[in-house]
Design a protein around this ligand. Structure first.
Ligand code: PEP
Ligand code: MN
Length: 350
């Protein structure tokens, strides 16, 4: 169910409706829009009695939401969700393209700084790097953990870049929420429902990667898990799915971009690095991602990919990254977007 408030409803009226919903034993999710606030109701097994709700002051109408995902749905919130980063001009989900770049794994302070310097110079606003790595083999490099989080915090201090890194379980999620700006939930954990609920309880944006074989509905339901706990800042990320095709590591499914945008107000990024697994394919598919209308891209960049401890074959060189930025800058206006280069930090934040 969804309670649509009148355009002129006061904060007190919105608050009173939320309290009424909570008293009924449900959860209220106020979602402010440009014109009016909508209040999503979750936790109800069946129909909520709409009569009482419609009678409350400030209420315009009460609507049934038929989709299994509610808070993630455009039925509940028409306007695109825009995620902002306090103290900076960085955004995800508005007209400007978001570019997240960095190595698959943080391997050392020197490596992280060398790459960060070059992606910042080319105009990225977000730096990525794995601290906790979900590796197929237990014998492969598992990440530097807290040491890597500390290195990335230093990168933020030095270059202003906002930090995106993956949490693989509850303990790492608490640490990532403390040290980073965006919590990544990886493809392998897209249906780790307890981890999704935990991410819903923190107040940092969540970058949710599509599962290896997840349908659109499953993807949006995973976002719903995070939102149902009160964290509405979810960024979706297409990173390729498993198919019979073996010329790439995964099959990058760009057709999910317009499909997500039709059904959901959440931003959607594209990761052509994991989506193809091949360095030579990253630039063409990054261009295609922007042309498809994605809100931005996530790109693995390494200064010495041949020595990388993970995902070297798909990591592009810094000079390729700079070229990609030039290309995306030219494609962006064709689809009504802009590539803002660099991040401006207006206040000290961490
Ligand atoms: C990553 O971003 O390095 C990663 C492990 O991604 P995915 O979960 O999409 O495989
Ligand atoms: Mn990787």
């Amino acid at each position: 169910m969804l309670v649509v408030m009148k355009a002129q409803a006061s904060p007190e009226q919105i608050q009173a409706v939320c309290e009424h919903i909570e008293q009924l034993g449900f959860r209220a999710h106020p979602l402010p829009g440009a014109q009016r606030t909508a209040i999503g109701i979750t936790g109800n097994k069946g129909e909520v009695d709409r009569g009482n709700l419609e009678a409350l002051s400030g209420v315009a109408e009460v609507i049934r939401v038929s989709k299994p995902y509610k808070l993630a749905s455009r039925d509940v919130k028409e306007e695109d969700t825009v995620i902002r980063f306090p103290g900076t001009d960085a955004t995800i989900g508005d007209q400007s393209l978001a570019v997240i770049a960095g190595p698959c794994s943080i391997e050392s302070r020197e490596q992280a700084f060398a790459i960060a310097e070059q992606v910042a110079a080319a105009g990225a606003q977000f730096f990525r790097g794995g601290a906790y790595k979900p590796r197929t083999s237990p014998y492969a490099f598992q990440g530097l953990g807290l040491e890597a989080l500390r290195i990335m915090a230093e990168v933020r201090d030095r270059f202003g870049l906002r930090i995106v890194t993956e949490a693989i379980d509850s303990p790492s999620l608490d640490l990532v929420a403390e040290w980073a700006d965006v919590i990544q939930i990886g493809a392998r954990n897209m249906q780790n429902f307890s981890l999704l609920k935990h991410a819903g309880k923190v107040r940092k944006p969540v970058l949710l990667k599509r599962g290896l074989s997840a349908t659109l509905d499953e993807f949006l339901m995973a976002a719903e898990y995070v939102m149902s706990e009160g964290n509405y800042e979810v960024i979706l990320c297409e990173r390729g799915v498993r198919t019979f095709a073996d010329h790439t590591r995964n099959t990058l499914d760009l057709s999910i971009v317009p499909a997500v945008q039709r059904l959901s107000h959440l931003p959607i990024l594209v990761d052509p690095s994991h989506g193809t697994g091949k360095r030579d394919s990253v630039l063409p598919m990054a261009r295609a991602a922007v042309a498809s209308g994605a809100d931005g891209v996530l790109i693995e960049v390494h200064n010495q990919p041949e020595k990388a401890l993970s995902d070297g074959p798909q990591s592009i060189y810094p000079d390729q990254f700079a070229r990609m930025m030039d290309e995306l800058e030219q494609i962006a206006p064709v689809v009504g977007r802009k590539l803002e280069r660099g991040i401006h930090v207006t206040a000290a934040t961490s």
